[in-house]
Design a protein around this ligand. Sequence first.
Ligand code: ZN
Ligand code: ZN
Length: 94
Amino acid sequence: MGEFSIFECGSCGYKSGRIRWGVGENDQHIRFLPGTCQNCQELIAIDLTDSDVLLDKFSCAICGRPVFFFERSESFECPRCKAPDMKIRQDGYW
Ligand SMILES: [Zn+2]
Ligand SMILES: [Zn+2]
């Protein structure tokens, strides 16, 4: 089951949109992971469906630049002010 997460920075007040995270409940084929585009300074959901995380390159849907994944274990860095102070709020499932 995938979830929607909203990331909020405790330092500068940046707030992401609803970011898809995980695997589709009905179609386990569909996978998304959160990541950041440093060019757009936005947190985005990266579509991993039919992709190999280790082999494929992923780019921002808006600007086409490479994007960077978040890992669950890291502290999350704000794409705007770089403070590792992002709070995650769950906002439903998909
Ligand atoms: Zn921030
Ligand atoms: Zn971008």
